[in-house]
Design a protein around this ligand. Structure first.
Ligand code: F6R
Length: 363
């Protein structure tokens, strides 16, 4: 039940430290600080990974690509299931198919999974419902342990999916000899810190509420990010569209000058997601470009990013400092809370947005 919260979505945002903690605990061994991925799959024997999914699960899959390719040097393709299933993609039997689906019942994701299996691929599923159709049909089930998600807009399932993918990336990196045992242990300890840091970033709710009053007046909002903050910018835009009915787009920040910069004016808030990582300087220069054209920037960063912000940066949300491995988890709460408080400002029904269903079992 909702307890003291007004909406399931609000409760589920606040449930994330616990949901991620329980999920991470199922993928690591806290006695040895090593990864312990259930299912006994040999990551050395896998040539490629093909992730298929829809909506927020697709965006989580994209985050998985960024994490797994960088850490484990294992190629990952991610595709929207409804496109994948009909376009006759070329596949290789040595690839592993991963169906990402909170419900485990999404029709297009199930069909895309069956397509992969028919090509002789081994399969796995990252699901919240282990009794679901998708879970029943795969070789390996990788559950998330965030508890049932009731709000139509996915929040805690997203961060739990990303938690699993982060653990898989570390495990694959170790299995493929890309990192040694000491580095695996360091990364596992970083991952185990994530729940506490997510809890800290949820504390930004008051700051975000103030910003939401301004954002709620907009007709369009742009979200920009680089590296793992690019998928997160897609997720921020999707959340805002779904529950506040404000048109929003997520873009790779480097794409700004290839089109979207034409949209920048004083009426269009630009949310820039940029912790102080190896991409920061580039994102900061995009921020300056936006400000030079009168754009209102909402800058979501960390303490070092705030210190190095270009002059004139006004609206800043400062998430806790963390290792880049877990930045996608720590930076999720601010964008979810922004969408939530903008929707409240607009009086929208957050848990039951118009035209949307929790589980899409028709194509
Ligand atoms: C967005 C959202 C949807 C789902 C999508 C896939 O907030 O919840 O985009 O992510 O319908 O659902 P599952 O993960 O159940 O396959």
């Amino acid at each position: 039940e909702k307890g003291n919260y007004r909406h399931f979505m609000e409760k589920e945002i606040h449930d994330q430290p616990e949901g991620c903690q329980r999920t991470i605990a199922a993928y690591v061994d806290t006695l040895t600080d090593r990864t312990a991925v259930p299912g006994g799959l040999d990551f050395k024997a896998i040539e490629r990974i093909q992730i298929v999914a829809c909506g927020t699960s697709y965006i989580a899959g994209m985050m998985g690509k960024y994490l797994i390719e960088k850490l484990a040097d294992l190629p990952v393709d991610v595709e929207i299931a409804s496109e994948f299933r009909y376009r006759e993609p070329a596949l290789n039997a040595g690839s592993l198919a991963i169906a990402m689906s909170q419900s485990g019942e999404t029709a297009d994701t199930l069909a895309a999974l069956r397509y992969c299996q028919a090509k002789g691929m081994k399969s796995a599923a990252i699901v919240n419902t282990v009794e679901s159709t998708i879970a029943r049909e795969v070789d390996v089930i990788w559950p998330i342990h965030c508890g049932p998600e009731i709000g139509v807009a996915s929040t805690k399932a997203f961060t739990a999916q990303v938690s699993v993918l982060t653990a898989l990336a570390v495990a694959a990196a170790r299995a493929r000899g890309r990192i040694d045992e000491a580095e695996e242990q360091r990364l596992v300890r970083v991952l185990l810190e994530a729940p506490r840091l997510i809890a800290e970033s949820i504390q930004l709710e008051d700051a975000v509420r103030g910003i939401a009053v301004e954002v709620a007046k907009a007709r369009d909002v742009l979200y920009l990010g680089r590296g793992p903050m690019y998928p997160l910018s897609l997720e921020g835009a999707l959340k805002l569209k779904e529950i506040s009915y404000i048109h929003a787009e997520g873009y790779a920040a480097g794409e700004l000058k290839h089109g979207p910069i034409a949209l920048v004016d004083e009426h269009t808030p630009i949310v820039i997601l940029a912790p102080f990582d190896s991409y920061f300087e580039k994102s900061a220069s995009n921020m300056s470009e936006v400000m030079a054209r009168g754009g209102q920037v909402v800058f979501i960063t960390d303490p070092d990013g705030e210190r190095h912000a270009p002059a004139g940066a006004r609206v800043v949300v400062t998430a806790p400092r963390c290792d880049p491995l877990i930045a996608p988890l720590v930076m999720s709460a601010p964008i979810q809370l922004l969408a939530y408080h903008v929707a409240l400002q607009k009086g929208a029904d957050v848990d039951q947005p118009r035209n949307l269903a929790k589980s899409v079992t028709v194509e």
